[in-house]
Design a protein around this ligand. Structure first.
Ligand code: SF4
Ligand code: SF4
Ligand code: SF4
Length: 296
């Protein structure tokens, strides 16, 4: 019997003289097991916020991943209240620690453009409550949550951006106009932003009969897309859509970005700069200055 086997045997069934109180042994073993459990649960890079799972799309207003996991008690209130059933319990998208936490499933539902219900019912504010702003043209925009500043002064409204939970991408191997030269603009029709995040390019393509036919090719403007997922939900390809949303560009993770700050969406930019008509007035830093032409 080697030393390790002898130690293990003694540990599991120590000689009578050395036996300690069973309750104490149980307590120590349980404590060590718990500690090991925490390490295993948090060993996943996603749980540490180091990598970004494209399928880990959290409801709008969610904190960054580490903070979200620390707050979420998996009560399911957000799932119950979501009017589209878009919020579903996670399996392993966020590692073991994230099981049963809420993630968006755009095939089952989507995020309603002007809804803030999940943030209203979350008891721990893992999902922060979002504010809605009505713009001069009447449309309502859901803004990113207010963040505390160093000097305690509230972030000016012109520095806040629309809430983005992810980004839509076309799959050119499945989207009907791209893959089969067949007309379809269902996603463009349902896109809720104004102006729409999906825009169409009018082109001519060769069809299977060898004829040039007019075709509308849809594209996504990443500066306007908020990742709501309606496009993915309504796509006629029901098994796997021709357009899909990933967590890229989500507001909650400043590291998971692919646009320069100057290219990010700002729905206020092209409204009247007259302070009377435009509540954000001349202070709007996104106006005409810098960052190229605004999509708005
Ligand atoms: S804000 Fe979006 S995800 Fe949250 S409850 Fe409303 S529709 Fe569902
Ligand atoms: S309501 Fe809040 S705490 Fe409850 S499951 Fe949803 S995110 Fe987690
Ligand atoms: S492109 Fe899709 S995900 Fe993006 S805003 Fe439009 S409908 Fe929503």
């Amino acid at each position: 019997m080697n030393r390790f086997t002898r130690w293990l045997t003694n540990y599991v069934r120590p000689p009578k003289a050395e036996r300690i109180d069973l309750n104490r042994r149980t307590a120590i073993t349980s404590g060590l097991g718990g500690l090991l459990g925490v390490l295993v649960f948090r060993s996943h890079p996603l749980a540490q916020g180091k990598t970004f799972n494209p399928g880990l799309i959290r409801p709008p207003g969610s904190h960054s991943e580490r903070e979200f996991l620390a707050r979420c008690v998996k009560c399911g209130e957000c799932m119950k209240v979501c009017p589209t059933n878009g919020i579903q319990p996670a399996f392993l998208q966020a590692g073991l620690e994230g099981m049963w936490t809420p993630v968006m499933n755009m095939k089952l539902g989507y995020c309603e453009y002007e809804c803030t219900l999940c943030g209203q019912v979350c008891p721990t504010q893992a999902i922060q409550e979002l504010t809605l702003e009505t713009l001069p043209d009447g449309q309502t925009v859901r803004l990113e949550p207010l963040q505390p500043t160093e000097d305690g002064v509230e972030t000016p409204i012109e520095e806040r951006k629309p809430m983005k939970i992810g980004q839509a991408f076309f799959d050119a191997n499945r989207c009907l106009p791209y893959a089969f030269a067949r007309s379809c603009i269902v996603c463009e029709e349902h896109c809720p932003t104004s102006p729409k995040a999906i825009w169409v390019e009018e082109v001519e393509r060769l069809n299977s009969a060898g004829e040039m036919v007019p075709l509308k090719l849809p594209h996504v403007d990443p500066a306007r897309c908020v990742g709501c997922g309606i496009c993915e939900n309504v796509c006629p390809l029901k098994d796997k859509s021709g357009i899909y949303v990933t967590s890229a560009g989500e507001s909650r993770n400043k590291e998971n970005q692919f646009l320069l700050a100057s290219e990010s969406a700002n729905p206020f930019a092209d409204f009247e700069s007259d302070a009377g008509a435009d509540p954000y007035g001349a202070a709007n830093p996104y106006g005409d200055s810098g960052g190229g032409e605004s999509p708005y």
